[in-house]
Design a protein around this ligand. Structure first.
Ligand SMILES: [Cu+2]
Length: 158
């Protein structure tokens, strides 16, 4: 007689799922709920002449209890933005796109020159030091987060 038992297990799961949804919704509505994902130190390198590409960097911290994941990046200042990593193959540094970036709970991830970065392609106008541009991150759990990135000089290391 596994039928009734199976049925009740399924409905328990269904109720639990609904309860979780309600709890999550309540947490999101609470005005003083601490943000699980905190983005700081966002900056972008000034562009060189008419070169339509540059890179942005930031620090992202997961203060929540669950892993989160950056799924995509964008900026209204350019046609496209992508998560990139720098890899060294046979002594040659090259860049490649990263599909997504996971951040474990309690951990932070630093996007910095020579490593992970946000590649910005198709700039609508050249970026000069002192300007700021918005950068949008879309995360699996936290949803969309927008930060202002300060444009720093061509030689900026951080
Ligand atoms: Cu790149």
């Amino acid at each position: 007689m596994s039928g009734p038992i199976l049925f009740s297990a399924v409905s328990f799961r269904a109720i639990w799922a609904v309860t979780c949804l309600m709890l999550n919704g309540g947490a999101a509505l609470a005005a003083d709920a601490p943000r699980a994902i905190v983005v700081t130190q966002a900056w972008v390198r000034a562009s060189l002449g008419q070169t339509p590409t540059t890179a942005a960097y930031l620090k992202i911290e997961n203060r929540g209890a669950a892993e989160d994941r950056i799924l995509s990046v964008a900026t209204p200042a350019a046609a496209a933005a992508q998560l990139h990593e720098s890899v060294s193959t046979d002594g040659i540094m090259r860049m490649q796109a990263v599909k997504s970036l996971g951040i474990n709970p309690g951990q932070s991830l630093e996007l910095a020159p020579g490593g992970l970065h946000i590649m910005i392609m198709g700039l609508k106008s050249p970026l000069k030091a002192g300007q700021t541009i918005p950068i949008k991150l879309r995360l699996e759990r936290a949803g969309e987060i927008e930060v202002e990135a300060e444009v720093r000089g061509l030689g900026a290391a951080k």
